[in-house]
Write a protein of this length. Structure first.
Length: 221
């Protein structure tokens, strides 16, 4: 009996260690974004549409012809190229990312598709490198939890927006989900609203059709 109990304890300890390893691997995969090819494939996976609902997001945003949109944390351009179709030839989309690999990937797409209204911006983690009062809407999807100096970044975003411009935030709800970052990296909806309120933004609209993410729209107070 004692031998069986010892074996059970050993197996239980090994199981816990394996679970911790999976959690660490998940965290590392999310923070390092795997290798570029794998991460691009993950971002562009057709299965993502089931929860990201890009068409519904576009309809909710109701972008206008001629608008200037900044897609901060654009990644592979998942939303950037969709925005480009909405704002038209007179509009512009700044696809901002910190990864040279993502910028290279988007530049290839721009060339191959002959897209004229998407401009890629290779930016440092603490600055989107956009001109003051140059953007109608800033769109940040599944990215805010990666930004370290958030108060300073919000001050920069406030400067980037035109008068009555909007800041759109989509990120994962802080609960156990089948997709998204580890729990410790998630930002609760209420905490984000409080954070932006303190930075001079007010919540003006919220959409609730995304199953795993909140979808919040802010304007300067």
């Amino acid at each position: 009996m004692q031998r069986l109990l010892s074996c059970f304890l050993v197996l239980s300890a090994e199981s816990l260690l394996a679970q911790d390893a999976v959690k660490r691997d998940t965290h590392e995969m999310h923070t390092k974004h795997l290798d570029p090819k794998s991460y691009i494939a993950l971002l562009e996976d057709p299965k993502r549409e089931a929860y990201q609902k890009p068409h519904e997001v576009l309809m909710a945003l109701a972008l206008k012809q001629g608008e200037v949109v900044a897609d901060v944390g654009a990644g592979s351009g998942y939303f950037s190229f969709r925005f480009a179709q909405q704002v038209g030839d007179q509009g512009r989309v700044y696809a901002v990312d910190v990864s040279p690999d993502m910028i290279l990937h988007m530049n290839r797409r721009i060339r191959e598709a002959r897209v004229k209204n998407v401009i890629t911006v290779l930016a440092p983690p603490d600055d989107p490198l956009l001109a003051d009062a140059s953007v109608d809407r800033i769109f940040i999807c599944d990215t805010w939890h990666h930004i370290d100096r958030q108060a300073e970044y919000l001050a920069l975003l406030m400067r980037v927006l035109k008068p009555r411009g909007q800041l759109v935030m989509i990120d994962f709800q802080k609960r156990e989900l089948p997709v998204g970052p580890p729990m410790e990296m998630k930002i609760a909806r209420e905490d984000l609203i409080r954070q932006l309120d303190g930075a001079g933004f007010r919540l003006v609209k919220e959409h609730t059709f995304l199953p795993y993410q909140y979808f919040l729209i802010f304007e300067a107070k």
